[in-house]
Design a protein around this ligand. Structure first.
Ligand code: GTP
Length: 405
């Protein structure tokens, strides 16, 4: 009897608590409010009058989006932004355990071997031929250029090989392979620091901003990278600031929920990305996570638009934290086009690392060298498939071995 009363009392307290929480939360995030000056790139002029201005939301293609609040750099406000409960709450649903990160590139080597066979086999056959005359050197050069190594690195590699063949004389296949391996490793550069800046600061999380054009595999990469961080035992929050494509936020949230990582997103198409980024970092600080990772749209229709959007996202984040890492995602299959994209992004934000996706679908592994050379930024991660754990930290020797096998 006593026990029944206690159970009723506990249930009553829980219901009252829940109702109070819902009421309070509703009051904390008034929709459609906008209290300070607009930015030039904000979508619509605020109506005149009153202490609180209300902005029309940027319209979704259907034109059905309701008015939302748009943040300013002075005082960002939520714009229909959903802030999930902390990761501990999400962990009540079964989550997947990501594959270990250590040695992933070596394990995924077969993907590169398949696509880069032409490069490795071609070069080894040429170098091991009885007589290496100018025609053979030309063919070697062509093979390297076709693998997107870039003109300058190709010439450097060919010169180094010519010199070694002259000095060492031998064309025993094993020796040739060792020689080529050494020279390729030098070109890719094992001395570069490729670690990700994902260490939590004393009082706030590390913030990673992920940029790149649509379709390169950016959202997928953020999802996969969340798994990498979870595998390294880090608490993560995702910010779905790619508000341009309606499904991107849901796609990201699905990736996150698979590994118990919450996603801050807006339920309004075309909401201000800076608002989502701000709220994600705020949630990350409040929930004391290690890393906040923000996905962005970064449409490349023109440089000024891109600069406005990414610049604002970054400035708004910097009201509460530092941006520790800006990762540019590039599709390895796009060759020169990817390099051009990289240059435009590099002019707009300070890129600290490259994620090269779809390396499994191309024989153009040389793009790693070309990108590092032209941007002066290291390739930190490579995408080697559509599977959830097909993203690997870049390791020079494993990469070169995959090219040559
Ligand atoms: N083969 C292969 N496919 C990949 C890789 N990375 C991503 N993809 C695929 O590329 C496609 C596009 O990926 P998304 O993540 O949606 O591209 P996005 O750049 O985020 O596009 P938006 O969300 O529109 O900005 C998807 O089908 C992914 O599965 C990879 O490393 N290898």
């Amino acid at each position: 009897m006593d026990a029944t009363i206690i159970i009723y009392v506990v249930i009553a307290i829980a219901v009252i608590g829940l109702v109070a929480t819902l009421l309070l939360r509703g009051r904390r995030t008034p929709p459609g409010t906008y209290t300070t000056t607009r930015d030039a790139n904000d979508p619509a002029a605020p109506p005149a009058g009153g202490g609180t201005d209300t902005l029309e939301a940027p319209r979704a293609p259907t034109g059905t989006a309701p008015p939302i609040g748009v943040p300013t750099e002075e005082e960002p406000l939520p714009a229909g932004v959903e802030i999930p409960e902390d990761a501990a709450a999400l962990e009540t649903i079964p989550v997947e355990t990501p594959a270990p990160v250590q040695g992933r590139l070596a394990r995924l080597r077969a993907r590169l071997v398949k696509s880069n066979n032409a490069l490795g086999k071609g070069l080894l056959a040429l170098l091991a031929s009885d007589k290496i005359d100018d025609d053979v050197w030309d063919e070697i050069e062509e093979t390297l250029l076709l693998a997107d190594l870039g003109t300058e690195p190709t010439l450097e590699l060919v010169d180094a090989l010519k010199e070694r063949v002259k000095v060492e004389g031998s064309r025993n296949p094993e020796q040739v392979k060792a020689m080529l391996r050494e020279e390729l490793i030098k070109l890719v550069d094992p001395s570069i620091d490729r670690s990700l800046a994902v260490m939590r600061h004393a009082d706030r999380p590390a913030v990673v901003l992920v940029v790149g054009v649509n379709g390169v595999g950016k959202t997928t990469t953020v999802g996969k990278l969340a798994r990498v961080l979870v595998a390294e035992d880090k608490d993560v929050i995702l910010g779905a600031a790619d508000t341009f494509r309606a499904a991107a936020a849901e796609q990201l949230a699905t990736w996150g929920s698979r590994v118990g990582v919450p996603t801050v997103k807006s339920d309004v198409d075309g909401a201000d990305p800076a608002s989502v980024a701000f709220e994600a970092v705020k949630a990350g600080i409040e929930q004391e996570v290690d890393v906040v990772m923000v996905d962005t749209a970064g449409r490349l229709q023109n440089k000024v638009g891109l600069m406005d959007e990414l610049g604002k996202v970054k400035r708004v984040i910097e009201k509460q934290a530092t941006v520790d890492e800006v990762l540019l995602v590039l599709d390895a299959t796009t060759g020169q086009n990817g390099l051009n994209q990289a240059k435009v992004f590099a002019e707009v934000v300070n890129i600290t690392g490259i994620v090269l996706t779809k390396l499994d679908g191309t024989a153009k592994g040389g793009i790693v060298v070309a990108i590092q050379r032209s941007l002066g930024v290291p390739v930190k991660l490579v995408g080697l498939g559509e599977g959830a754990d097909d993203l690997a930290p870049f390791e020079t020797e494993d990469f070169v071995d995959a090219l040559l096998n």
